[in-house]
Design a protein around this ligand. Structure first.
Ligand SMILES: [Zn+2]
Length: 114
């Protein structure tokens, strides 16, 4: 069931978009997913066999068709990570602190996310 709440700003738990930035936002217990992320999930499900028995069991075509949705998932996750880091930076959190929790140097964190 799709719904939108006006009182609180809801976000897609997968891509981080606000309810105002997506056409539909589906809710579950402590989690929300937007229509675009549902489409990505559906593509992944379509591209992969219903019972997963390892990448080696997939045909070349199945494996090739799974690459696009996999990249879309990585990109969506990367966008969420960038939004989180941008928010931390706006709050004045140092690159040193961000790099620290990511297991990288201040310089590496800055080069990757600034
Ligand atoms: Zn989403």
């Amino acid at each position: 069931m799709a719904f939108k709440l006006k009182a609180r700003r809801l976000r897609c738990s997968f891509c981080g978009k606000k309810d105002s930035e997506v056409s539909k936002l589906l809710g579950g217990p402590k989690v929300h997913i937007c229509d675009a992320c549902v489409r990505v999930c559906n593509k992944i499900l379509e591209a992969t066999p219903s019972t997963f028995s390892g990448w080696d069991a997939m045909t070349d075509d199945q494996l090739l068709r799974s690459l696009g949705p996999a990249v879309a998932t990585v990109e969506a996750t990367r966008a969420v990570l960038q939004t989180q880091i941008d928010t931390l930076r706006k709050r004045g959190i140092s690159w040193n602190a961000i790099g620290g929790v990511l297991g990288m140097s201040r310089q590496a964190a800055w080069e990757r996310f600034s």
